[in-house]
Write a protein that binds this ligand. Structure first.
Ligand code: GTP
Length: 550
């Protein structure tokens, strides 16, 4: 069927206004069913629906209808009338271009009539008012038409008076669907995008309506820029070019976009001449973990910048901001979806771009108010709900401070459950908490990148653990190093790294010169992986290692 001959519509109504009866009649006159007493209301399929005489789940039926010599495919998407199921209504509506708004000729506009009207109206659908049950003794279609005009601002002449029960005027309803409901317009959701050196951005799309062909002019809802489709096709799983992509298909598209930010994940694409409301899309990928990234040496700044630029081109969920640090110089503050994301990004920088990066301790975003009123003391996770999915699986939902889960919660959970438990999280917003700033000092000098915001009750144990782990990750040096954790000027934990007892080269005295040179070279190479803080060499992976509680 060509797209111009397809109509997608729903019937919406207050409960008992006759939606199912009308649906049955439409099926009947299009020859989709032969009605008998037994198969009355065929679209209502669930047993509970038959028993209660109500619609719960949306059902769909395809009707073929000939109008003015052309055959049309009318997709009727059923919706429930009860308020509890309005989710189903909005879902059904999102698949349509038009609705039949049924109103009982006796009862007039009711609560769900209004609610459903607004769902359809906000979705920009064509609304055809249908006044049903005109056969009833007390039917008062004039009064109802006046209500419709007043409440919904739809001219009364547009109303169709019918009796679904008797079939009166039902054929008119189908004609109006064909004539007034627009055909399905192209809309597609971008669910992934990548960058190809030769073709530019390659967007993976799911087509939700209509079709798109090579050469079509499309636009994106987010930026409103327009493009010409240069190539598209299916993924099976390799790209297989096709002439078009149709509703229901998933595929790839190249349209001359130069930057992945032009094909934002969750964005909606449509034909330039037929703008659509943006699809609900995804929640924008939100950076939850932030870390500083600095070149090992400031001379590597430009190289690292281009490496980060190139990598973020393929991963639009990473946020980048310029940053600088007293100890580390100029660098960036990057936001990631989680710690694994951050580690993968860092590893790719090192492996694919040969970059030498210092990554600072990851932090989570806080909103700080500089006052002593942080009042609510609530650190432990609070359980939201628990749902047994089956006898072997349970789904538990907790609200956690992000800080508690970001570093190693997933690893711990996996190991405690022998790999069976799975974990997912989403942002539940900011909550007030009793937090303080903890500094880590090396020989009295604060290590900025290890400064943490911790919960007051956990400061001592965290401080102690951090000092112990730092002691384990900083090699002995020529002098003694005091590793301290402090809150303000108060030191709360301390470890000492003893100096070398002997000069490393002492054992080489008298030995041959090549051994000595080798040893010095190895030391120099080791130094490259070090970050100098004050006069202390700190291995660059120490920052992240100290945060893992293994
Ligand atoms: P839900 O599926 O629960 O939302 O209800 P509905 O809107 O589908 O209503 P349904 O089609 O089940 O009709 C409700 C009642 O009204 C039934 O008893 C129908 O027989 C009756 N009814 C439907 N259309 C007409 C009509 O045109 N005239 C008369 N007299 N009764 C009708």
């Amino acid at each position: 069927f060509p797209v111009e001959r397809i109509r997608n519509f729903s019937i919406i109504a207050h409960i008992d206004h006759g939606k199912s009866t009308l649906a049955d009649r439409l099926l009947e006159i299009t020859g989709a069913i032969v009605t008998t007493e037994k198969n009355k209301q065929v679209l209502d399929k669930l047993q509970v629906e038959r028993e209660r005489g109500i619609t719960v789940k949306a059902q769909t039926a395809s009707l073929f209808y000939t109008h003015k010599g052309h055959r049309y495919l009318l997709n009727l998407i059923d919706t429930p009338g009860h308020v509890d199921f309005s989710y189903e209504v909005s879902r059904s509506i999102s698949a349509c271009q038009g609705v039949l708004l049924i109103v009982d000729a006796n009862q007039g506009i009711q609560a769900q009539t209004v609610a459903n009207f607004y769902l359809a109206f906000e979705a920009g659908l064509t609304i055809i008012p249908v006044i049903n049950k005109i056969d009833l003794k007390n039917a008062d279609p004039e009064r109802v038409e006046a209500q419709i005009e007043k409440v919904f601002d739809i001219p009364r002449e547009e109303c169709i008076r019918i009796s679904a029960k008797l079939g009166t005027n039902v054929d008119r309803v189908l004609q109006e669907v064909v004539e007034r409901v627009p055909d399905d317009v192209f809309k597609a959701l971008v669910f992934d995008s990548g960058f190809d050196h030769y073709r530019g951005v390659v967007a993976n799309v799911a087509v939700f309506g209509g079709r798109v062909r090579k050469g079509d002019r499309i636009a994106s809802a987010f930026l409103g820029k327009s493009y010409e489709v240069q190539e598209l096709g299916l993924l099976r799983p390799h790209e297989q070019p096709t002439d078009g992509l149709y509703a229901g298909q998933v595929g790839y598209m190249v349209a001359g976009m130069k930057d992945v930010k032009e094909a934002q994940i969750g964005d909606t694409l449509y034909h330039q001449q037929h703008p659509v409301d943006a699809l609900p899309g995804f929640k924008p990928a939100k950076a939850m973990v932030f870390a500083g990234m600095y070149p090992m040496d400031q001379s590597e700044y430009t190289g690292l910048r281009s490496a980060i630029d190139k990598l973020t081109l393929n991963d639009s969920s990473v946020t980048v901001q310029k940053d600088s640090s007293m100890a580390l110089g100029a660098g960036w503050r990057l936001g990631f979806l989680g710690l694994l994301h951050m580690e993968v990004f860092n590893q790719r920088l090192e492996q694919e771009y040969n970059a030498n990066v210092v990554v600072t301790a990851p932090t989570v975003p806080y909103k700080a108010r500089l006052s002593s009123a942080r009042l609510i003391k609530n650190r432990r996770a609070t359980q939201e709900n628990m749902l047994y999915i089956d006898e072997h699986r349970v789904m538990m939902k907790y609200i956690f401070p992000l800080n508690e889960i970001v570093v190693d919660f997933y690893d711990l959970l996996k190991s405690l459950s022998s790999g069976y438990a799975s974990f997912d999280y989403e942002n539940a917003g900011y909550q007030a908490a009793d937090l303080i700033k903890m500094d880590i000092l090396l020989n009295g000098k604060s290590v900025e990148e290890l400064t943490m915001i911790v919960h007051r009750q956990r400061a001592y144990s965290m401080g102690k653990a951090m000092c112990e782990r730092l002691k384990g990750s900083i090699p002995r040096q020529m002098f003694e190093i005091a590793v301290q954790a402090a809150i303000g000027s108060k030191v709360i934990a301390r470890e000492t790294i003893k100096p070398f007892r002997k000069n490393v080269l002492a054992k080489c005295y008298g030995g041959d010169i090549t051994r000595k040179l080798k040893l010095l070279k190895r030391q120099a190479e080791g130094k490259k992986k070090m970050r100098r803080i004050g006069n202390i060499d700190v291995p660059k992976d120490a920052f992240i290692n100290v945060l893992k509680r293994t």
